[in-house]
Design a protein around this ligand. Sequence first.
Ligand SMILES: Nc1ncnc2c1ncn2[C@@H]1O[C@H](COP(=O)(O)OP(=O)(O)OP(=O)(O)O)[C@@H](O)[C@H]1O
Length: 256
Amino acid sequence: MSVLETRQLTRTFGAVVAANSLDVTIQRGEIVGVIGSNGAGKTTFINMVTGYLPATSGDILYEGRSVLGMKPRQITRLGLARSFQVAQLFPQLTVLDNVLMALAAAHEAQPSMLRHFETAEAVREARRILQAFGVAHYADSEASAVPQGARKLVDIAMALVSKPRMLLLDEPTSGVSADEKFPLMDAVMAAVRQSGVTVLFVEHDMEVVERYVSRILAFYSGEIIADGPPAAVLGNPRVQELVVGKRASAREEALA
Ligand SMILES: Nc1ncnc2c1ncn2[C@@H]1O[C@H](COP(=O)(O)OP(=O)(O)OP(=O)(O)O)[C@@H](O)[C@H]1O
């Protein structure tokens, strides 16, 4: 059985068709990269699948069950977690306390019960998670004082504490320096392999995509114009013209 399946999934914003009848099937254990130029519909797709944006029409099946119309929390509880383009940490709390909060949320604790998640066992589990992501040395630092790459890792670690079976990452390397991006992705992938979670991530950096994924979905103007192994998709002339080329020229313009 597939982990995720969308059927004719569509979202419009007025006259803009941000997702046009998307049929996507993701199998267990796949690591899938989603690429596309600005405005191609990547975030719209992730937001619909995770319940942050209602679909205009179509269906979304997670492990064979429709999650259409469910709230983000309900979808997370079913085992489909996500991280955001900007790390969603409580800046004044320490990194350890952020992970403890995520552990409490994963157990659906009420605020009055949060104290129960500061047990020696919970702290040990939180430290183990930080260790798995290579950021244990930041455990007692305030989240706002931690470098961007490490903050992103903590954010992704927090998405994994609920032990999801599928993880959606929106631009894990955005805002991260060139030096940090491969160590960050190595740490994420090591943790992902350990947990066996299926991953789909949006990524603008083709070097990152090529290195870490087994399959690419290329979006353009709300449609998927190519779907397959990295070499085939990145070598596809339409992808080169409409996705890779556009990104390269946008970068050149920005540098000019
Ligand atoms: N809330 C909204 N209201 C109106 N239009 C929207 C809204 N969200 C997205 N759109 C439009 O839908 C289209 C797809 O946008 P989306 O953000 O999904 O693209 P993207 O591929 O994630 O782009 P980026 O790489 O810039 O994040 C764009 O034309 C965008 O302007």
